[in-house]
Design a protein around this ligand. Structure first.
Ligand SMILES: [Ca+2]
Ligand SMILES: [Ca+2]
Length: 390
């Protein structure tokens, strides 16, 4: 039965062709990181990602041979951490000093200590773990029980990142096919169906605590429906994250593609406050994460951010390209820095001459130090040309 689900995924995803994400009116799509994988892995596409507290980016890629790879992108550039002959699972979670990721061939959860020299280790196995989330020192996962009912599982984390509870605690049946989960700042748990029902459930922080304490399981999904997105025509979600304003952003699909990125408004009282479409794709928008205050979403080709229109070169996003932006770029020049805010405007993970050219082309007239700027720009341009000739 598990193999059959994997086979459905194969059919569903294989025909989705690296499609562009199209922004909704008023928004634009910007590349956050489009990895250049080595030739022997270039056929793999992005599955999941997370950026840990140490700012390193971890992501998985995979294909249907099957093969999957865990990568890290940091100051040293792109590094392969682990690879195996497995279907990549949806879950990648970078937290504290530990990265967790899942594969969907044998439903294994791997643990990787980012400060250790050791390779990732098998931490836990249970059909069918789908999405991962962490709050405090507790790891949560959505998955199926032996009766094929979707449940929320949890385990305390030991100091070394290993799971204290194996099997993981079953916090209760949440009804809908397994989808992503996320916590708001107050510890309320939001859970989106993976397909079929098109709704998001909400369990309050006290309800989660009671379930963790073994008092009252979560359960009663019909009484916990927070929002429905059936009106979008899509019935499932693959990614869920809170944005910097406390609203919930989700990638929606009907088991593959097409897909949409939407924002569920959260009212002051915590109620659902309306749906805003951010982007759509004929392909598959999957993992969603808040990175440095900006919502990032992955499709097959890489990670993108959705934002109001920006001017290329405006690294601090104050609406003008000026000396402050130049200083950011200069400070990071020729380093492996991710993100527009660090001067990587084209999303190749390197602050380079190509980024400088975008800044130069849009350089505005509000320059705090007009006398010194042309010289600085000329110096940087020369440095860039020297680098390019090499
Ligand atoms: Ca600026
Ligand atoms: Ca760049």
């Amino acid at each position: 039965m598990f193999k059959r689900i994997a086979a459905v995924c194969v059919v569903s995803l294989a025909s989705a062709a690296w499609a562009d994400i199209q922004p909704a009116e008023g928004f634009k799509v910007y590349p956050y990181y489009l990895p250049q994988l080595p030739a022997d892995k270039s056929g793999q596409w992005m599955i999941g990602f997370d950026r840990g507290p140490d700012k390193d980016l971890y992501f998985t890629t995979g294909d249907f041979s099957p093969a999957m790879t865990l990568w890290r992108y940091d100051a040293g550039g792109l590094a392969e951490i682990w690879s195996g002959p497995d279907y990549a699972g949806a879950g990648v979670l970078a937290t504290h000093k530990t990265v967790y990721f899942t594969e969907d061939s044998n439903f294994t959860l791997y643990r990787y200590g980012t400060r250790d020299a050791a390779a990732p280790v098998t931490e836990y196995s249970q059909p069918f773990l789908y999405a991962l989330a962490v709050r405090g020192r507790t790891l949560y996962a959505s998955g199926l029980d032996s009766n094929w009912q979707s449940c929320i599982y949890a385990s305390q984390l030991r100091p070394d990142g290993s799971l204290a509870e194996k099997p993981m605690l079953n916090l209760g049946v949440v009804g809908d096919p397994s989808g992503p989960l996320a916590f708001d700042g107050a510890g309320n748990l939001y859970y989106a169906s993976g397909y079929l029902s098109g709704r998001i459930l909400k369990y309050s922080a006290p309800e989660v605590h009671a379930a963790l304490a073994g008092q009252t399981p979560l359960g009663q999904p019909a009484q916990h429906v927070w929002a429905s997105f059936a009106a979008t025509g899509l019935d499932g979600a693959t990614g869920l994250a809170f944005d910097g304003q406390g609203n919930l952003v989700a990638s929606l699909t009907s088991f593959g593609y097409p897909s949409e990125l939407v924002r569920f408004g959260v009212c002051a009282a915590g109620n659902f406050g309306g749906l805003t479409e951010l982007a759509s794709s004929t392909g598959r928008i999957s993992a969603v994460q808040l990175v440095n205050g900006v919502i990032c979403a992955a499709d097959e080709s890489g990670i993108y951010t959705l934002d109001r229109p920006r001017i290329p070169g405006d690294s601090n996003r104050d609406g003008k390209v000026d000396f402050a932006d130049y200083q950011v770029l200069e400070g990071n020049f020729n380093t492996h820095e991710l993100g527009w805010e660090n001067g990587d405007f084209d999303g190749d993970g390197l602050v380079s001459f190509a980024d400088y050219q975008q800044l130069e082309a849009n350089f505005g007239d509000s320059i705090p130090e007009p006398s010194s700027l042309p010289l600085l720009l000329a110096g940087l341009a020369a440095a860039g040309r020297r680098k390019m000739r090499r």
